[in-house]
Write a protein that binds this ligand. Structure first.
Ligand code: F0G
Length: 416
């Protein structure tokens, strides 16, 4: 039977019960399946003929009533073979899984299509989240499609404009909290507890994680039934790396892949409690009280899913690394200019981390590596504009344009 289970004490909860933390020990929950039952269901299903998307994997999702599915056609993002960038780094096989290609421009859509579908199944009318931007954009869109009221709490002045514009145009009630993401999350957790009619859709919600695990499934299917040697993922609140790992372990358990990849998490240097834990080998996460980075999406000091993420990294033989803002900006530019892929700064941290770990000899040159880029570059145009060469302003005259392009002298030479 599919159920929710505490990751610490193993207490069970029904699949239709609204519960965010274990009532006995307070730890996080995850959705568990009967794998015999699932394997049988998959055998009878034509899922392998459905095109690449989150809902290709509907048999792996905790939704009973398919008429309740709320979808904007998410997933099925490109796995780009990046020969040129790989060659520059000395890597033989480098791929970028570009999650910016999702409907609202980030991987959050994978989680929200399943989370909001579950909310719809449970007859929920009000949804809420705290967000550094992308979660709020995705929730606002799916809530609009489902006809639900949506409230989002975002840190005041610290989210990228593209994301703010999305939450606003989709019609969410937007509260700008004078404080950081961690404080906003704290508020929504309390709100959902005190007002049970408000349904919480941050990544502590186990149904969101179910949607996001499809990222792991897709990568294996795009690599013809093999997991790569390593996955490099930006880490903020730590839901995504945990979700991707869950996807890989489920595929492995069902016998669809032979080996598991090394999960490698990248955090911004000013917001890196998980990377610090991995580096020091510690058992406890020490929150960063005043997290800082220009990669605002991952400006998080107390990641709620740290336990799941740390066990994914440790159990897979992976690692974690920190990257500076300058390294992030350099990687963002490099990916755009070498491979034509424009991602937001937080997403570029996976490329920056890859560069650092290859140079340090931690990632071997023969490894088949997939970097996940989590959000589209247009989410944060301000940062891209600031870090690029300025446009040249010219009069609407040929001579001025030729001069700006350095063409004038060539024309003169030809005339002579
Ligand atoms: N990359 C981007 C672009 C993100 O928006 C986020 C998280 C992450 C990486 C990290 O993922 O939290 O699962 O470890 N953004 C959240 C938000 C926190 O509110 O949009 P994570």
């Amino acid at each position: 039977m599919t159920h929710q289970e505490c990751i610490n004490c193993g207490s069970n909860y029904g699949i239709n019960e609204i519960v965010y933390f274990c009532k006995k020990c307070g730890d996080l929950l995850e959705v568990k399946y009967d794998f015999g039952e699932l394997a049988e269901k998959l055998e009878k299903s034509n899922w392998r003929n459905v095109s690449l998307s989150v809902w290709r994997y509907k048999d792996f999702m905790p939704i009973d009533d398919v008429s309740k599915i709320v979808s904007l056609n998410e997933g099925g993002t490109g796995l780009h073979s990046c020969h040129k960038l790989g060659k520059q780094l000395g890597l033989l096989q480098l791929y970028v899984k570009n999650e910016g290609e999702n409907p609202t421009g980030s991987f959050k859509d994978r989680g929200m299509t399943v989370g909001v579908s579950k909310a719809n199944e449970l007859n929920v009318k009000n949804v809420i989240c705290a967000s550094t931007g992308n979660t709020s954009a995705a929730l606002a869109a799916y809530a609009a499609k489902a006809g639900m009221q949506c409230t989002v709490l975002i840190p005041s002045g610290k989210i990228a404009f593209g994301k703010l514009s999305q939450a606003m145009i989709y019609g969410a009630k937007v509260l700008q909290v004078r404080g950081n993401f961690d404080q906003s999350l704290d508020m929504v957790l309390k709100l959902a507890e005190m007002h049970p009619s408000i349904y919480l859709l941050n990544s502590i919600n186990p149904f969101r994680v179910e949607g996001q695990k499809s990222l792991g499934f897709e990568i294996c299917d795009q690599l013809d039934g093999e997991a790569p040697d390593r996955i490099v993922v930006p880490v903020g609140n730590a839901g995504n790396i945990s979700a991707i790992w869950k996807g890989f372990t489920e595929y492995h358990r069902l016998g669809f892949i032979k080996k598991l990849p090394k999960m490698t998490g990248i955090q911004a240097a000013g917001s890196a409690p998980i990377a610090q834990m991995i580096k020091s080998g510690s058992k406890e996460m020490i929150p960063v009280v005043a997290p800082e980075t220009l990669a605002t999406a991952i400006r998080i000091g107390a990641p709620v899913s740290w336990k799941k993420a740390v066990s994914a990294i440790r159990n897979s033989g992976g690692t974690a690394e920190t990257v500076t803002d300058d390294e992030i900006l350099a990687a963002q530019k490099m990916l755009a200019r070498v491979e034509g892929i424009f991602v937001e700064p937080a997403s570029a941290s996976s490329i920056a981390g890859l560069i650092k770990l290859v140079n340090a000899g931690v990632i071997g040159k023969g490894e088949r590596v997939v970097c996940v880029t989590t959000g589209h570059g247009l989410k944060d145009p301000d940062t891209a504009i600031k870090s690029s060469e300025k446009p040249i302003e010219v009069d609407a005259e040929m001579s001025a344009i030729e001069e700006a392009l350095g063409l004038k002298r060539q024309v003169a030479i030809l005339e002579r």
